[in-house]
Design a protein around this ligand. Structure first.
Ligand code: NAP
Length: 284
């Protein structure tokens, strides 16, 4: 039942970031470099300066793709990473890309400094890496995200996109015996930690879009995006490329405001514009 989700999760399988995604990013950076400043600004709703977005967890499988897609779409990006030198070596230099240190467990004051005052929105693509620290997911997926939200409040950022997960509210959905729900909570209460962070965002007053994907795949999309309201999906998977597409789409389409959306990909699903998908989900 939940096999697809379970087998794709980093806590179930060790994964390595493929060199493919690095080279793809380099390619997209080249594209941005070859456009003029004027062309870039025109791509982003005719504003004088490209809008700048802070991406936390920018060196992760999904975060990296979010950075790539934002640059492709004409946004400027401030990439929040734990190891700046390592990140510099993996991202091509790009006038629209700035790399800053951002460790989400170090508190909101440092994060506020890292985010700065020139950013309009934050995308949180962090997720605790596999370790022996059973408190890790609580520190990163709950407290770390809460720190980011508080940092946004400090610097006056009004838009927050969170990559969460399907099944975070599995207990309320009657999915307490779902193997993915059990596994991800046995090892550090990962889903419960993510749900706590979601609750904090929803009470924060910041305009949020919480994106809950199914099991993440590095492969390119093999189907179309299916979007459902919160607590609807309990199985399925999706390409990280599509998750990045939805995250960037949320910044572009106001229909995503104050919403929680669950996404998977299905071959038999019709291809629908993101605007329509977001519109089909009610605010709660
Ligand atoms: N894998 C799945 O099947 C699945 C399914 C549903 C939802 N999700 C969720 O989707 C999100 C993205 O998943 P992913 O697999 O693409 O992520 P990932 O590749 O595991 O990357 C996680 C990112 O979080 C960063 N990070 C970890 N701890 C941090 C800390 N203390 N401070 C700052 N950054 C930190 C990592 O930094 P470093 O690069 O420095 O390690 C990395 O950039 C996660 O929240 C994940 O839980 C995953």
């Amino acid at each position: 039942m939940a096999t697809a989700f379970l087998t794709q999760h980093p806590l179930v399988h060790f994964r390595t970031i493929s060199s493919h995604s690095f080279s793809k990013l380099r390619h997209s950076s080249t594209i941005i470099k070859s456009t003029t400043r004027m062309e870039r600004t025109e791509e982003v709703s005719g504003q004088e300066q490209p809008r700048k977005v802070f991406v936390a967890g920018a060196t992760g499988g999904t975060g990296r793709r979010v950075v790539e897609k934002l640059l492709e779409s004409g946004f400027a990006v401030k990439a929040g990473v734990r190891d700046v030198e390592k990140a510099r070596a993996s991202f091509d230099e790009n006038p629209c890309l700035e790399i800053v240190r951002a460790e989400v467990t170090e508190g909101d004051a440092k994060l506020a400094e890292a985010i700065g005052v020139d950013v309009e929105a934050v995308v949180c693509a962090t997720g605790c890496r596999i370790s022996w620290d059973l408190l890790g997911p609580w520190k990163v997926d709950n407290l770390g995200t809460v720190n980011l939200v508080e940092a946004c409040r400090k610097v006056g950022i009004k838009r927050f996109i969170l990559i969460s997960s399907i099944l975070v509210n599995g207990a309320a959905m009657g999915q307490i015996f779902n193997p993915a729900y059990i596994f991800l909570n046995v090892f550090g209460l990962t889903l419960i930690a993510k749900l706590q962070a979601e609750k904090h965002i929803r009470k924060s007053g910041i305009n949020y879009t919480i994106i809950r994907p199914g099991g993440l795949k590095n492969d390119p999309p093999s189907g179309n995006i299916v979007m459902e309201p919160e607590d609807a999906l309990y199985e399925g998977s999706i390409s990280r490329d599509q998750v990045a597409e939805v995250a960037v789409g949320a910044l572009v389409h106001p229909e995503s405001s104050f919403k929680v959306v669950e996404i998977v990909s299905r071959t038999e699903a019709p291809k629908r514009p993101l605007k329509d998908l977001f519109s089909s989900i009610a605010q709660r």
